[in-house]
Design a protein around this ligand. Sequence first.
Ligand SMILES: COc1cc(O)cc(C/C=C(\C)CC/C=C(\C)CC/C=C(\C)CC/C=C(\C)CC/C=C(\C)CC/C=C(\C)CC/C=C(\C)CC/C=C(\C)CC/C=C(\C)CCC=C(C)C)c1O
Ligand SMILES: C[S@@+](CC[C@H](N)C(=O)[O-])C[C@H]1O[C@@H](n2cnc3c(N)ncnc32)[C@H](O)[C@@H]1O
Length: 327
Amino acid sequence: MAAPRSWGLWSFCCRGWSRVLPGCRLPGLRSSWPRGPLGARPLSQEKRATETHFRFETVSEEEKRGKVYQVFESVAKKYDMMNDMMSLGIHRIWKDLLLWKMRPFPGTQLLDVAGGTGDIAFRFLNYVQAQHQRKEKRQLRAQQNLSWEEIAKKYQNEEDSLGGSHVMVCDINKEMLKIGKQKARAQGYKAGLAWVLGDAEELPFDDDKFDVYTIAFGIRNVTHIDRALQEAHRVLKPGGRFLCLEFSQVNNPLVSRLYDVYSFQVIPVLGEVIAGDWKSYQYLVESIRQFPSQEEFKEMIEDAGFQKVTYENLTSGIVAIHSGFKL
Ligand SMILES: COc1cc(O)cc(C/C=C(\C)CC/C=C(\C)CC/C=C(\C)CC/C=C(\C)CC/C=C(\C)CC/C=C(\C)CC/C=C(\C)CC/C=C(\C)CC/C=C(\C)CCC=C(C)C)c1O
Ligand SMILES: C[S@@+](CC[C@H](N)C(=O)[O-])C[C@H]1O[C@@H](n2cnc3c(N)ncnc32)[C@H](O)[C@@H]1O
């Protein structure tokens, strides 16, 4: 899919900085994250007693689960607007880049975990539809003797317009899914899309089911990242691909300084002013700092059984896309 022209300069900034300037890391803590909330699965005594981190505090895993749930329940309605305002729209380019890296083929079965309000799913549907239409046009040009009725029929079948591709959005939070479904209705997405309430650590799907697994800005919130990665590996078909878009560690000293000021001094203030929610945005910036570095996360993905694991820094490492294959 061609990049919209207006994204050109931003896209250069987002991708290019990381290549131009050599690395410098922000101090990153590796933490054992508590699992997200579904509430249904009873935890053992041992698990209940385990401690973890929420923001920079030590809390029980149970507490953390509930707190993460509350954060997204609280931000759901303003989530999309906040992202545009706080990132000046840059998050859209990061998400586009994830799709361009995925390059889905006709018939791709995608599972988007922690899919929230559907940004990745909608991009996927746009991508496969555009790709399918180009293919149809090529075919039509090749068979110029088709009647208008036959041509119209080809465009009428909505399911067919996706070439058999499908995306399943899975998220633990009802409110985020609710907003996602409303958006889908408003924007006319219907075919090839399903919404499921579920925990990344215990996915409600059979083994070997999907061609691609994505998780965008989600894995940082999961209690046990290792369990989520194992689940990703389980539900992917052999040959399937894991793709994760997540905040990471900045590799440029100047950007790092500005980023720290912006994160800690500006983001929570914007959270309070625009959404009346300082705490959730304080949680966002603190959770970013606690997420493993690019290399550490790469190792975790390998530990879960993925092969050919690579990552690409975007915007000087503010975020990174990790990729791995189930071979
Ligand atoms: C509760 O949990 C969450 C809630 C959510 O709403 C979202 C998430 C998950 C996140 C996403 C889905 C992604 C979208 C959301 C964000 C990006 C918000 C979080 C943002 C950051 C942690 C910081 C990174 C921000 C950017 C890269 C956007 C670029 C920002 C600017 C250009 C800032 C401009 C700001 C001003 C002019 C205000 C004045 C600022 C200051 C006085 C401080 C000095 C700062 C700067 C001069 C700018 C610093 C900018 C950079 C270091 C980035 C430069 C990069 C480029 C220009 C390309 C969720 O979990
Ligand atoms: C920052 S949002 C990302 C949403 C979307 N992927 C995007 O890029 O805009 C994080 C999402 O992760 C979800 N989440 C947190 N813990 C989860 C878990 N254990 N399993 C599934 N989803 C989870 C939250 O409910 C929230 O919708």
